[in-house]
Write a new protein. Structure first.
Length: 212
């Protein structure tokens, strides 16, 4: 990917997380109940490797630590977002692995039992970037690993944070990952923003295909 595109994307998100409070962005959740419900239903071991892709300063990491998970990673393009999470966690920040990276520049050095992405994937609008994301997930997820993606549905907003977005339905999202992952189920959910508006999300769970 061209260096200028990466820098432009990073500058955009650094600006967002340096000029807006957590309740001044549409994706804010006081508690990530949907994600927590999915993760706890998997009955993962407490030392399962979990990565939150493009998590920003969401409260998922806090919730995972409170639930007793001991091997959690937050990846985000914004250093400002990561610093906000570290400050909020205080001493607990030492229990988290933080990775500052554009998702398409991420080079995983280990594999994860759960890949979680709420609201990062839908910012990838180019076909080649979406394909690269799928290839990265294949490399980064264990043989028995799971993936949970929350993205704007076809009824979702046209733009988010001033950026164009990629809308998905169950079929189109499944096609992105069909080479390596089996779709286990999807559901839609309305997210209430801090501004009183509603955004429709599509949440889908995937598991590795059995390899003969």
């Amino acid at each position: 990917m061209a260096f200028s595109i990466i820098m432009k994307r990073k500058q955009h998100w650094e600006n967002v997380f340096s000029t807006k409070t957590e309740k001044e962005v549409s994706w804010y959740q006081q508690y990530p109940q949907t994600s927590v419900d999915f993760i706890t239903a998997l009955e993962l071991s407490s030392d399962a490797k979990i990565i939150d892709i493009g998590g920003g300063d969401s409260y998922l990491i806090d919730a995972l630590l409170d639930l007793g998970y001991t091997n959690v990673t937050l990846l985000d393009i914004s250093a400002n977002a990561i610093e906000r999470v570290k400050k909020r966690l205080g001493d607990k920040a030492s229990q988290v692995t933080f990775i500052e990276s554009d998702i398409l520049e991420f080079v995983p050095v280990e594999q994860y039992d759960l890949w979680h992405d709420r609201a990062c994937f839908h910012f990838l609008t180019r076909k080649e970037d979406i394909e690269q994301y799928a290839e990265l997930a294949d490399k980064a997820i264990t043989k028995k690993g799971r993936m949970f993606i929350g993205t704007f549905s076809e009824e979702g907003p046209k733009r988010c944070s001033g950026l164009d977005i990629n809308h998905c339905n169950e079929e189109s999202l499944s096609l992105v990952f069909e080479k390596d992952f089996q779709l286990k189920g999807c559901f839609s959910e309305n997210h209430k923003t801090p501004f009183g508006t509603t955004q429709n999300f599509l949440f889908c769970g995937f598991k590795r295909k059995n390899i003969v």
